[in-house]
Design a protein around this ligand. Structure first.
Ligand code: 16G
Ligand code: MG
Length: 612
């Protein structure tokens, strides 16, 4: 499978530079050991030796675990255990597969990577599909890293497998075999099935070595793989999706992805320029991450419609340090290193380019942030207009989280009459909910998001784009391109950026006009350190705290003191803190409320260190 064609298909420079290994089956001869990193001695797989001394049926069990579960002979548990010793788990360290996989200090992740390589192979065998493994910690500081698995249709790993991931990650060395067998048994994994894994990583210094550990895990359990090297996370979702749908969604190459988006974008801007809006330019802060690399590669495909000027492109600064979408959103200020003139449209990606926020300075020098909520409003408004031009009443909905600004929810529900759903934080929850609509627009306030179109809608629009009378056909064509422009496997900053730029151009809106759709309620986010953040549990899409006792009552009393106010707390899924959110009619009130709620958390949920 991972053959020469595979290499050619992969196309990108990085992909060619990385070791590609076919370790079992008829293609074994392809293997060339090109690893240059310090790594454990080669396994049998890497040496091209057979996994077993004979087929499983002819070989006797080597270990107790194999004796207990004969199917396990197809896993070569002995080899896995030997290999695992080179990726030893720090004793007593426990980590959880959180909101977006595992995340922590890079030095504590080697064993996790190896084990996620093993798990990805089991998942691939079970689903008989390609599975993705992405090494990244997104917007977290450069010293941290993380990993997550991507399921067959480009979506986040299924919840039951998240539990397996946590169990496998936390198993002490001597328990690993048992856990692997348990998972295989519970999920009825056919261990003789082939497995194929695609791997990508971000630009962090630790990512290369960690992705080699993933590869080590994949190969020792008999999986084949393709390593895409530096990669944005969202194209990896796209790639997995394409591979598993036989190319129906698009070509499973990075060029295929760029071309698909750019073609749709250029078509749309061509339509916009007919209606008067001319050439566009945009300043982009790339958070010193992967977005810069990818934008540079892709730029020439869409440069007819948009010129981008890149800042924080990784040539000097540190990843996510004083820049990037998370910095801009949390501090409500522009990133360092960006030259902004008043009324100029600017945006920031996060380190792995799956988040985007827009902003500008007005002529009085005030900074205006345009977050995910306003992107969802712009996009859903535009889609509604198109649908009414076409004369179709499809069911369109917006999905948000508790972090969505109250003004956005009110505007969507009361003015635009669009149904709004609220889910837990984390892309997978929003994605899942959005699938319930014909057209599901989902965005977190922090800038993660995309639009999902049901298969039926896609087909209908394609038909209409051919059939209708002039005006309607034009609207259907626009919608057809919009569908192509959104990455439906997972939100992607570049795809979202191009979609927003196209919509602004088509509607002839300036950044100020877009911002003026509604006015955000002032808000504040704070963090509180507690001994164990798991003492906080929530319900109602994280808007109500269930434990510790008394906390929700305290929050309710505090909220009553302010106008248009709201507050909630939740344990972070990516950092060891409790997050506090508050909004109210003035910045002063929002700040006070957030501070008072933080104190309540500190007192009732075991705060540590300095009082807030
Ligand atoms: C991760 C999630 C993001 C969520 C954030 C919350 C994905 C791809 N990313 O970055 O959706 O907003 O975590 O972080 O799911 P927190 O739990 O630390 O607040
Ligand atoms: Mg990210």
């Amino acid at each position: 499978m991972a053959s020469t064609t595979e290499r050619e298909n992969a196309g990108s420079r990085e992909a060619l530079a990385v070791a590609e290994v076919t370790l079992s089956g008829p293609n074994r001869d392809h293997f060339t050991p090109t690893f240059t990193l310090t790594r454990p001695p080669p396994s049998n797989y890497e040496l091209g030796l057979p996994r077993h001394s004979g087929p499983s049926s002819q070989r006797g069990p080597d270990t107790e675990a194999e004796a207990a579960y004969p199917q396990a002979l197809d896993m070569d548990l002995g080899a896995i255990t030997t290999r695992s010793a080179f990726h030893a788990k720090p004793h007593g360290l426990t980590l959880q597969y959180g909101t977006a996989g595992f995340r922590t200090k890079a030095e504590n992740l080697d064993h996790i990577m190896f084990r996620m390589g093993l798990l990805a192979v089991l998942r691939s065998k079970q689903t008989k599909s390609t599975i993705g493994v992405m090494v990244t910690a997104s917007h977290n500081p450069e010293e941290e890293n993380g990993v997550k698995l991507i399921d067959p249709l480009g979506e986040m790993l299924a919840p039951s497998w998240e539990e397996h991931a946590t169990r496998l990650a936390d198993a002490e060395e001597q328990d690993m075999q048992r856990v692997l067998i348990d998972i295989s048994e519970k999920e009825a994994v056919d261990l003789q099935q082939d497995a194929f894994i695609v791997i990508g990583r971000d630009t962090r210094p630790s990512s290369e070595k960690l992705s080699q550990s993933v590869i080590d895990g994949v190969t020792v359990i008999g999986g084949q793989f393709h390593d895409y090297g530096f990669f944005k996370k969202t194209p990896l979702h796209y790639m997995v999706y394409c591979r598993n749908t036989g190319g129906q969604y698009g070509k499973a190459t990075i060029e295929g992805y760029y071309q698909k988006l750019s073609k749709a974008f250029v078509e749309l801007t061509r339509q916009a320029s007919c209606s008067g809006d001319g050439y566009r330019s945009l300043k982009v802060d790339c958070a010193n991450g992967i977005g810069a690399l990818k934008l540079r590669e892709m730029e020439h495909y869409f440069s007819q419609g948009l010129s981008v000027q890149l800042f924080n492109d990784g040539t000097t600064g540190k990843l996510n340090h004083l820049c990037g979408a998370d910095f801009v959103k949390s501090n409500q200020q522009p990133p360092q290193g960006m030259e902004m003139k008043s009324n100029e449209r600017c945006c920031s990606f996060d380190g792995d380019a799956d988040r985007i926020v827009y902003y500008y300075y007005d002529t009085d020098g005030h900074f205006h942030l345009i977050d995910g909520d306003k992107m969802a409003t712009l996009i859903s408004g535009f889609l509604k207009e198109l649908l009414s031009e076409i004369g179709e009443s499809l069911n369109i909905g917006v999905v948000q989280t508790a972090y969505a600004n109250g003004s956005s929810t009110r505007y969507l529900e009361e003015v635009m009459k669009v149904p709004v759903s609220c889910t837990q934080t984390g892309v997978k929850h929003l994605h899942h909910k959005a699938q319930e609509f014909d057209i599901g627009v989902y965005f977190e306030a922090n800038g993660h998001g995309t639009v999902l179109f049901s298969k039926a809608v896609e087909m209908k629009i394609k038909e209409l784009a051919e059939e209708l009378e002039e005006k309607k056909r034009k609207a259907a064509k626009i919608l057809e391109n919009i569908i192509d422009l959104f990455n439906q496997a997972a939100g992607d900053a570049i795809s979202d950026m191009l979609a927003i730029e196209a919509i602004l151009a088509l509607k002839g809106l300036t950044v100020q006009q877009w911002d003026a759709i509604y006015t955000d309620l002032p808000n504040r986010q704070l963090k509180v350190k507690v001994a164990d953040r798991r003492v906080i549990s929530t319900t109602d899409a994280e808007r109500q705290a269930v434990t510790p006792p008394g906390l929700q009552e305290a929050i309710n009393d505090l909220v009553k003191k302010y106008q248009l106010s709201r507050a909630f707390v939740r344990p972070s899924g990516t950092e060891d803190v409790v997050r506090v959110y508050a909004e109210a009619d003035s910045q002063e009130s929002a700040d006070h409320l957030a501070h008072e709620v933080s104190l309540a958390v500190f007192q009732l949920a075991g705060g540590t260190g300095e009082r807030p």
